[in-house]
Design a protein around this ligand. Structure first.
Ligand code: GDP
Ligand code: MN
Length: 351
């Protein structure tokens, strides 16, 4: 489960990580009011389950309330990374001196959590990771103990902060950074996360370290012991709706929706699409013996993605009755005839 930035920041605050006071809004009027409360200038940020908001124009510094309202209106209608913006987060704007990158993520290859740090954080971190591998500190962690002292020191060395520099409350910046690494580990560990990322972890001109962004993924298999987080799960979340309906649904990056039955057939279908030069937007496995009702739900899940330009149905008529599947499709089409996206011009070679 991917948390939105503002949800992640609530966990950050609870874990003692430094975040700014903030407010969420879903209309321009509410954004104005929030900005008035926070004090100008503010940063208006798209809340969306996607990264790359800065580059897409989803993060704007606003100096007056009219600018806030304009930015809010514009950002709220945006889609970023194929996902619709669902709200806004407003925070006081700060002057950034340096953008650090700090994360803990599961590494399948190392079969361990890894601590990742770079002095060169910010919106170009992917490019840095690709072309300046040496600029990234990567340390596998003991899954029970977390970062060892020497690993924290590795981070401090790579951060190359001025040893004499102190935050406004008099604490050496290096000490603050070490505390942040440890707090991030506690959060990762205690909340059953598979990813906790702060990018940027800003050093402000005032000499403070502040988490300006948050990216948190919680292990779905651990939601049973994270009732508080399971509760906050958004109802509109497609994967949740699928889970509640007993369907396997997975969101991908392409533009072709896939409806099939059985994991094997669905995987083979995806391979065929890929081989033919297409890319799946998502897939939904209706399982064996599905009736019309199930098919209808599956199709509504698949077409709820704004990226879907066509749907490929591949159902094997073993224990599943194909007339039931056809009936489900017809019912779904009848219900959704206005907003039907199927048949829209396909952007891939499948047109
Ligand atoms: P992302 O692009 O989705 O990762 O969104 P971020 O939350 O990381 O924001 C992108 C960039 O916006 C950051 O790297 C900062 O450079 C900038 N930014 C975010 N908050 C502030 C702020 O309070 N003040 C200033 N000056 N820039 C900010
Ligand atoms: Mn970021």
């Amino acid at each position: 489960m991917d948390l939105l930035e503002h949800e992640g920041k609530q966990l950050f605050a609870a874990a003692g990580l430094p975040v700014l006071p903030s407010a969420v809004a879903t209309t321009a009027a509410a954004a104005r009011e929030a900005a008035t409360g926070l004090g100008l200038p503010v940063v208006v940020k798209a809340q969306v389950e996607s990264g790359g908001r800065g580059k897409a124009g989803g993060v704007r510094v606003c100096r007056d309330l009219d600018e806030v309202a304009t930015a809010a209106d514009e950002i709220l209608t945006m889609t970023i990374g194929g996902r619709p913006v669902t709200g806004l987060l407003l925070e006081p704007a700060v002057d950034i001196e340096l953008e650090l990158y700090l994360a803990i993520a599961v590494s399948r290859a190392e079969r361990a959590p890894v601590l990742i740090f770079s002095r060169h954080g910010g919106v170009d971190i992917e490019e840095i990771a690709r072309n300046h591998f040496e600029a990234i500190v990567r340390r596998p962690l003991d899954p029970l103990l977390g970062p060892a002292d020497y690993q924290v020191r590795d981070v401090l060395r790579a951060a190359a902060l001025d040893g004499e520099r102190r935050s406004p409350n008099g604490r050496p910046l290096k000490e603050v950074l070490a505390a942040i690494v440890r707090a991030l580990w506690r959060l990762y560990h205690d909340r059953d996360a598979t990813l906790v990322e702060i990018n940027p972890l800003a050093v402000t001109t005032a000499g403070e370290l502040i988490c300006l962004d948050s990216k948190v993924t919680i292990d779905d298999n651990a939601l049973g012991r994270q009732p508080e987080l399971a509760e906050s799960r958004r109802d509109s979340d497609v994967e949740t709706r699928a889970r509640n309906a007993g369907l396997a649904y997975v969101e991908l990056e392409g533009d072709i929706g896939v409806l099939g039955n059985g994991a094997g057939l669905v995987m083979a279908t995806m391979d065929q699409i890929e081989t033919a030069g297409g890319a799946a937007a998502n897939f939904c496995d209706i399982g064996g013996g599905a009736g019309a009702a199930r098919v209808k739900v599956a199709l509504s899940l698949i077409t709820s993605s704004p990226r879907v330009a066509a749907v490929l149905v591949n159902v094997f008529g073993g224990i599943t009755r194909c007339d039931e599947v056809a009936r489900g499709l017809l019912e779904a089409f009848a219900e959704r005839s206005e907003e039907r996206r199927v048949g829209k011009e396909c952007r891939s070679r499948w047109s």
